[in-house]
Write a protein that binds this ligand. Structure first.
Ligand code: SF4
Ligand code: SF4
Length: 345
């Protein structure tokens, strides 16, 4: 285990040195308890205490709109050229729930056929985690899915222990970049004790917010297909798709072609899509496999707590709470899980 220490007074210099190498983005306070990852060149604007940002860091791994290829159909044989757009980015201050979200995306996009647009872009992203010392708010359920503690998926991970950060160096690239800045020192025994104390304090503060142990979730979802809970949440949902757009693990996309005025050349793009939108499951011939909002809500929850458990052995919910915070119909993930748990027992 390679732990080093960065003094807090040196954070600004660290960010400045990093931004000399690549674009640096970090959580910034947007007012009214809203935060967003934005480009920074110093530590001045960085919010070290923040609740999950409006959009998760997935926006850098999987942009909302992304060009996939250029094409030319003017000749006898149509031509196309794949496009992969990326830049070197450091994302500073990723909380553990969002690191877990990135791990989910990595799994989904690493499946064959591999998604090289995603994977190449990911290789150009330098991830710096930041431990949340305090429970963020009542919308979160990170402890249920064990996403309140670091479980990898980063190059560097900083834990605030007072006047300094204890930094876990997790990759060669992390060690290289930390070394190049000349700002990190080897951690002493007292630093590791301070880290242990922080984690122990977290164990007291962060509680499982759902009235069931996570091991019962698969059983609950086994019984949940016909649950009246879906009718209840479906009757309130307005199908805006916000809950999936803000979700760090949602990765569904649509493709469209944009043709230029010459009617011969153009480009293919992919854009975020949402299973909560009415046309999502409509197929040729007009059949819609999830016409009702209740069916779409059920699908969203099954895609977090059932199908990925069977396929990847992990939940695709990180408990970040964004879907609850953003929902204009006040549909709460925790309340829905609690309702399913109650009727299943
Ligand atoms: S954010 Fe709320 S209202 Fe909008 S689709 Fe999701 S659950 Fe429905
Ligand atoms: S389902 Fe909701 S709480 Fe879970 S990861 Fe997605 S946005 Fe966060």
């Amino acid at each position: 285990m390679n732990y080093q220490v960065l003094q807090k007074k040196d954070l600004d210099e660290f960010i400045r040195k990093l931004s000399g190498k690549m674009t640096v983005v970090a959580p910034v306070n947007k007012g009214y308890n809203n935060f967003a990852f934005e480009e920074v060149s110093s530590a001045e604007r960085i919010a070290l205490q923040y609740i999950p940002t409006i959009l998760p860091p997935k926006k850098y791994f999987m942009p909302q709109k992304e060009k996939m290829l250029d094409f030319d159909i003017s000749g006898k044989i149509p031509e196309d050229k794949a496009v992969i757009e990326y830049e070197d980015i450091a994302i500073f201050g990723i909380h553990t729930c969002d690191l877990a979200g990135i791990q989910c995306l990595n799994m989904a996009f690493s499946e064959r056929p591999r998604d090289y647009n995603y994977l190449i872009r990911k290789d150009h992203i330098f991830s710096i985690g930041l431990e949340c010392n305090d429970y963020c708010d009542e919308s979160a359920s990170c402890t249920l899915v064990n996403a309140h503690l670091p479980n990898g998926g980063y190059d560097l991970f900083l834990s605030d222990v007072g006047d300094r950060f204890v930094c876990h160096i997790n990759t060669h690239r992390g060690a290289e970049i930390a070394g190049e800045t000349g700002l990190f020192q080897k951690a002493a025994a007292a630093d590791l004790t301070a880290l242990d104390n922080l984690r122990e304090r977290k164990r007291q503060i962060f509680k499982n917010e759902i009235n069931i142990a996570p091991r019962f979730l698969p059983e609950i979802f086994e019984k949940a297909m016909e649950s009246p809970v879906w009718e209840e949440v479906g009757s309130r949902c307005v199908s805006c798709g916000n809950c999936t757009n803000v979700c760090p693990t949602c990765y569904c996309f649509d493709m469209f072609d944009s043709i230029n005025l010459d009617m011969k050349t153009g480009a293919r793009f992919r854009v975020w899509d949402s299973c909560q939108l009415e046309p999502f499951a409509r197929v040729a011939g007009g059949e819609n496999f999830r016409e009702e909002r209740s069916e779409r809500q059920r699908h969203r929850f099954f895609r977090k707590f059932k199908y990925p458990v069977e396929k990847y052995y992990r939940f695709f919910c990180t408990g970040c709470g964004r879907c609850t915070r953003t929902c204009m119909a006040r549909i709460s993930l925790k309340e829905t899980l609690n309702a399913l748990a109650k009727e299943s027992l």
